[in-house]
Design a protein around this ligand. Sequence first.
Ligand code: ARG
Length: 454
Amino acid sequence: MAGLWGGRFTKETDDRVFAFNESLSFDKKLYRADITGSVAHATMLGKQGIISKEEMESIISGLNSILADIENGSLEFDPKCEDIHSFVEANLIKRIGDAGKKLHTGRSRNDQVALDMKIYVRNELDTMESLLKELLGVFVKRMEENTETYMPAFTHLQKAQPTNLAHYIGAYVEMFLRDRDRIKDIKKRLNLSPLGAGALCGTTYDLDRDYVAQLLEFDCATYNSMDSVSDRDYLIETLNACAIIMMHLSRFSEELIIWNSNEYRFVEMDDAFSTGSSIMPQKKNPDIAELVRGKTGRVYGSLMSLLTTMKGLPLAYNKDMQEDKEVAFDALDTVKDCLALFTGMFATITFNKDIMAKSAMKGFTNATDAADYLVKKGMPFRDAHSVIGQLVLKCIEKDCSIEELSIDELKELCNMFDEDIYDAISLKTCVERRLTKGAPGAIKESIERYRKLI
Ligand code: ARG
């Protein structure tokens, strides 16, 4: 449709050019944001006397009827329109006639698309925040259920020290709390309205930009019209936040995949969140966790794509920037899906508490505590480290754990050992005596803090 710029042109757009150039096929997602922005623009034009009150009212009711018809399915997007902005405008003119031709007064598609994307993304960030809240709620509930579920904690994926499952989950609570903060922070910088920047250098009409901003719940209007139409920082920040959320989901997914393996059997995924094999009848696969892990790559891709699109772009608007949409929509949809699916999966997972505890008792996870025992009896830590090292070697030879050695065997290596060693290195003691801030013994305080924060 050459309707938008017909005057200057003597030829129709080549079909291939139209298909290459159009964005309606994907920016139709912006219809609600676009109409909301246009209603505010028309309201301001009316208030400023740039259009008459009657024209303003007619435009607003026309726009509202378009919105209603899109939502009830009676108005379909016309593929002959280039983008969502021209679709809505053309439809408005069809509905209300000449008054509709005044809507675009003092506005360009450049500030319009910048506004639409901000409204859309702000809304998506709100949704992501509530999805994070649900996930965090499930995490904290599962923490409360598992303050006495003992398990090994790992470094280098080797058993290191014992902890409780609540402490383990708490590490992820911290990550997703940071994600939630990041989103709040992005919203602060995003929340300035670009509308009224015009094509790039403002306009001679007496627009009240701050009034439009206020109508649309922005803090105020942006401060430089060229930056307003070419800023995609908030979108890059959003994709960055998405990438980090996916990285966190992917790390936990990887852990659950390992814990769900036949060798570990720490967890059992609920049937509703697992899949089977078409050939191997015994299989129950953690596909959801694997897919979440897999989709992380595509969200990283979106971030890299937009960063690369924006690199080296001169001021102000360039058509390259239309490429921001598909990657942003895809990343936002992917993150929302992954957050919701992961929440469902984690809420229904079964923890095999006995297997986790048994695993913590093997692999000398209490070796540090055995060394600390000798330190408390007066031995310097470095010496204690060496004694326990020899002790572990002895246990490996005998294929037993430290607490399975008799007191005589222990004394043979070091006469500072007494009967109280067995209690000092029991799983429960090892975990619950770690009372430093943030340690597993102090998990109840952490849970209380999370409850308040969430
Ligand atoms: N579809 C365009 C985009 O997404 C809208 C802005 C068009 N502006 C222009 N000067 N061609 O960026």
